[in-house]
Write a protein that binds this ligand. Structure first.
Ligand SMILES: Cc1ncc(COP(=O)(O)O)c(C=O)c1O
Length: 381
């Protein structure tokens, strides 16, 4: 019998995530505008409106923000825009989604994996600065752990002191970047994914924020074939443009953002309280005034807990697996010893988290979580 069949057939599995983009009727007015203008891509009126509205949301000037085809393209274009020389090393955490490393590879840099801090699950700027092998490092990619706040001023200071450009993968930080003062955009470009699974999405999409308008200018050109103001390719670039259809989804999603945020915040608080009562470790700074699309926990017997939850019809996901350095395509790349990443990789997994989770679903998740843990404890005796 498969694990899926093992739980009560009459109990529906609770998915780990349940993305929901705007429905057809919420999109209609925007789609009709596309029909009327017959403008389908190439920085059309809907994309420009989306960028204007997002600039207001993030409290930046319109020139300090760009929306492009997806987060991975945004990361690689940001690495090119900050001038990371081709063929050099890019230091990044292994504790991330494989897309971060894919962007490093796509920008013609060589990924080199370094460990994260056990306090934040993220790179530490002061620790990185103490390295004695920074010569030949062309860039650093910092990764926000599941939407947690990154101290952007500390990373700008790192660049000032070392002359190494930094880009920040804040894929899940759509809310954090406005809600937490220390996470607000600085010079180092920040990428936020607008993938359907994130708190707000365009289906596929990503945005970049930086107060360095020279970098943003290069970023725009790179994502537009290196062409700007004339049909000529002036610098090397590719196609990172977002279509008007995706922009329509983004505009409709923004219309519903405040309500979406309230539900996400309520669920975040609820999980944080329930897990704290049980003494369960969660992501550092979880439920500290920001929301994302995850609830991650770290438990002793993660594999056993996951299996028991699965049998009870509760889906979970080891979102970042055992770290990127253990994935086949990335094993050949250089790395430090990664004890913190190895520890997180064997203990961390995500519980079901979606904005319209019902009370009954939440209670079932927590009841099954308790049963899984007490069952494991009993089995050990
Ligand atoms: C940490 C991280 N980096 C990069 C990406 C890639 O973003 P996208 O899917 O928009 O290309 C993701 C996507 O989920 C992510 O979680």
């Amino acid at each position: 019998m498969t694990v899926e069949m093992a739980h009560d057939r009459h109990t529906e599995t609770i998915p780990v995530m349940r993305p929901q983009l705007p429905a057809a009727d919420q999109l209609e007015a925007y789609l009709r505008r596309i029909d009327a203008t017959r403008y389908y891509s190439n920085h059309g009126p809907l994309l420009r409106e989306l960028e204007r509205r997002l600039a207001l949301h993030f409290h930046v000037q319109p020139a300090q923000l760009a929306v492009v085809a997806n987060g991975t393209v945004a990361l690689s274009a940001a690495l090119l825009a900050v001038g990371a020389p081709a063929g050099t090393r890019c230091l990044l955490p292994s504790w991330t989604f494989v897309g971060s490393a894919a962007a490093v590879w796509a920008a013609n840099l060589t990924p080199y994996f370094v460990d994260v801090s056990p306090q934040t699950w993220m790179l530490d700027p002061l620790e990185l600065e103490r390295r004695t092998d920074l010569d030949g490092v062309g860039a650093v990619m910092v990764v926000s752990a599941f939407g947690a706040p990154v101290d952007t001023a500390a990373w700008d200071a790192f660049t000032e002191r070392t002359a190494i450009p930094v880009i920040i993968d804040c894929a899940a930080s759509f809310d954090t970047v406005t809600s937490v003062a220390s996470a607000r955009p600085g010079k180092s470009p920040i990428m936020i994914s607008l993938h359907a699974t994130k708190v707000i999405g365009t289906g596929e999409g990503g945005l970049v924020l930086s107060t360095d308008e020279r970098v943003m200018n290069r970023f725009h050109r790179i994502c537009n074939f290196g062409v700007w103001d004339s049909p000529e390719g002036q610098i090397l670039g590719y196609n990172g443009k977002l279509s008007e259809y995706h922009a329509a989804v983004g505009l409709a999603a923004l219309d519903g953002w405040e309500r979406r945020r309230e539900s996400l915040a309520a669920l975040t608080r609820r999980y944080a309280t329930a897990l704290a009562q049980r003494g369960v470790t969660t992501l550092p700074h979880y439920a500290n005034g920001w929301v994302s699309c995850y609830c991650n926990v770290a438990v002793d017997d993660a594999a056993g807990t996951i299996l028991r939850l699965e049998k009870a019809g509760i889906a979970t996901r080891r979102w970042w697996q055992s770290g990127v350095h253990r994935q086949r395509a990335y094993r050949p790349f250089g790395r430090d010893d990664l004890p913190v990443t190895d520890d997180l990789g064997s203990h961390v997994f995500g519980l079901p988290f979606f904005h319209d989770m019902t009370d009954a679903q939440f209670e079932r998740v927590m009841r099954s979580f308790d049963e899984a843990r007490s069952g494991l404890r009993a089995a050990m005796l």
